[in-house]
Design a protein around this ligand. Structure first.
Ligand SMILES: *Cc1c(COP(=O)(O)O)cnc(C)c1O
Length: 373
């Protein structure tokens, strides 16, 4: 047993006004889905993304489903998604009765490869969901170009990338709309929560309609469409506002952590970090290392070696086309190769330089042992 405390992959820090705001909800009894924190959080988050509307919801998956529904995605439609992503990006398409169509990724960042999108467009294609994976923006210009040429809707999945910029513009401001998550391990958290952001006032109205059971805003208990209950509570929004007030501090701390990792992992044989494109300013959601050879067996051995020292890690997402509900016989070679070689390391605001040094030393030893065996 290690004497050191267990090092998780993620841990929120709630050091700002989160507590005071939550107590204010309790004291005022505004604990459900009306209240001043929801509007304040929505307004502040829209500003943060450089867009005019934000619609708070109960999680990031609901944000995606709500976005696709409000945009009219339905049965018979095809939606292009990356093969390498968190499953929610793809499930949201399935919830709409539409068919996800997978695209492979680029080795540098594991983000969707825009050069492979055109080949997957058919007369049924309705939308593309670029996912800014692990906080690194997708190359948006070619995606937006294709979308414009083929009349496709772009919905960004920015669940892992709050504050990242592409060619100096924040992610979330490129598509018809974008979905964010505030799950406990994301850049900022509300416990569970999500947001859809858009510049389109009419779409924002539709998002609000579907979020709240499809009720006619003028006539209570009249429901012109089949909506959902995807509302966020005032308590969650109170936490979110407290988090958002500190997001620059949180991002700076995460960048410092990523820089410590980069220094300590530079030049280790057999290992590389995810890269950064020249046009991107990513946010470090989860620092990700990749073995330059081998596969899942070697990667899993390294994760076990870390765990033996009390250090948690995560495997890179598995290619969706290998998940039971989505099995396909098509190969996505980049996703298959690099997913098996990748792991996420502890990345959060409260991580110290000594923690990172320990993780990197353990990682270095584990990789050396692999080479020796
Ligand atoms: C976390 C995440 C989601 C879903 O968010 P939840 O709040 O967990 O529902 C969607 N897409 C990606 C890429 C994510 O990482």
């Amino acid at each position: 047993m290690s004497a050191r405390p267990f090092l998780p992959v993620a841990a929120p820090s709630l050091a700002g006004n989160e507590r005071a705001y939550v107590l204010e909800c309790l004291d005022s009894t505004w604990i459900s889905s009306s209240g001043r924190y929801i509007e304040a959080f929505e307004a502040a988050f829209a500003r943060f993304c450089g867009v005019s509307h934000a619609v708070a919801v109960n999680n990031g998956t609901a944000a995606l489903h709500l976005a696709l529904t409000a945009l009219g995605i339905g049965p018979g439609d095809e939606v292009i998604v990356p093969d390498l992503t968190y499953i929610a990006s793809v499930n949201a398409v399935t919830y709409c009765g539409a068919k996800p169509i997978f695209v492979d990724c680029v080795p540098l960042t594991l983000n969707l490869d825009p050069s492979l999108v055109a080949a997957r467009i058919t007369p049924r294609t309705k939308a593309i969901i670029p996912v800014h994976l692990y906080g690194h923006p997708v190359d948006m210009d070619p995606i937006l170009d294709l979308a414009a040429r083929h009349g496709l809707i772009v919905v960004e999945d920015a669940a892992e990338a709050h504050g990242a910029t592409y060619r100096e513009r924040p992610v979330g401001s490129f598509g018809a709309c974008a979905a964010f998550s505030f799950y406990g391990n994301k850049i900022i958290t509300t416990g569970e929560g999500g947001m859809v952001v858009t510049d389109d006032a009419e779409l924002a109205t539709r998002l609000r309609l579907y979020r709240g059971q499809g009720v006619d805003p003028q006539r209570r208990y009249i429901h012109p469409v089949v909506g959902f209950n995807y509302r966020m509570t005032n308590i969650a929004a109170a936490i979110g506002l407290g988090q958002l007030e500190r997001i620059e501090t949180i991002l700076a701390a995460r960048r410092q952590v990523a820089a410590w990792y980069a220094e300590r992992l530079a030049g280790i044989n057999g290992l590389r970090l995810l890269g950064t494109e020249p046009w991107a300013v990513p946010v470090p959601w989860l620092v990700t290392v990749l073995l330059t050879a081998g596969g899942a067996r070697e990667r899993d051995a390294i994760m076990a070696a870390l765990l033996a020292e009390g250090i948690d890690s995560r495997p890179v997402f598995y290619p969706i086309h290998n998940q039971l509900p989505y099995q396909e016989n098509i190969h996505y070679p980049v996703a298959e190769t690099w997913s098996a070689r990748g792991l996420n390391l502890p990345t959060f605001e409260g991580l110290t330089q000594a923690d990172v040094t320990t993780v990197c030393a353990t990682l270095r030893r584990a990789v050396a042992e692999l080479g020796a065996s």
